[in-house]
Design a protein around this ligand. Structure first.
Ligand code: BEZ
Length: 211
């Protein structure tokens, strides 16, 4: 069954390039990003894994663990890691799940049979400290993902989890945010001491409250 926002992320135990992982235990009370890619030794995936490895310090700074998945076995992942380092100059610094029996892929609905019977699509799940799904993304095999965008969404999710705000189109960390409509003007004056501008009664912007 499809995974929806707000669902508890299914737990699993799987072999990875960094040993056996029990997902909820491995994730702990922090955030996690679980992402799948179609197959080892494929060109777009090679660039994606290098991009995630380069961003790992940013994910660490956000108390967020990353874990990749493909349906190939762990020995194949290890051999491929050499190519990824060679081509992208970034060593893979996070675990990659080996899922040859598609146990995890099925749990997370990562196989889309009308796209491919055998390969996982490019799925991304962001999972919060409460183990609940905060974001799902599905890209086709032909399109590499923007992991800067994944990081941007993570920033929004972490900010909006702590404050009564939402983030506008193309928002980036440090930019003004929107006060959610359930907060009255009177309460907004207390909650957002830096003040706010009401462009419309329902569109009130305020400087980032976490800085
Ligand atoms: C790729 O990563 O380049 C790729 C993987 C599966 C199908 C098509 C492209």
């Amino acid at each position: 069954m499809a995974i929806r926002l707000g669902d508890v992320a299914p737990d699993f135990t799987a072999m990875t390039t960094q040993g056996t992982v029990s997902f909820h235990e491995w994730k702990g009370n922090g955030w996690a990003i679980l992402f799948s890619h179609p197959k080892d030794f494929t060109p777009v995936c090679t660039t994606e894994l290098g991009a995630v490895a380069a961003l790992k310090p940013e994910f660490d700074r956000r108390n967020t663990k990353v874990i990749g998945l493909s349906v190939d076995p762990v020995e194949s992942h290890h051999r491929w890691e050499g190519d990824i380092k060679e081509v992208t100059s970034h060593a893979v610094n996070f675990p990659m799940i080996a899922d040859p029996d598609r146990k995890v892929a099925d749990l997370y609905d990562m196989i889309h049979p009308n796209a491919s019977d055998t390969m996982t699509v490019r799925s991304v799940f962001i999972i919060g400290p409460d183990h609940k799904i905060k974001l799902t993304l599905t890209y086709p095999a032909s399109t590499g993902r923007s992991f800067q965008e994944v990081l941007r969404v993570l920033d929004s999710l972490q900010l909006t989890a702590g404050y009564s705000v939402a983030t506008p189109a193309d928002w980036k960390q440090g930019e003004d945010v929107i006060i959610v409509t359930s907060v009255s003007d009177a309460d907004a004056k207390v909650k957002f001491p830096k003040g706010f501008v009401a462009k419309k009664p329902y569109l009130r912007v305020t400087p980032p409250p976490d800085r």
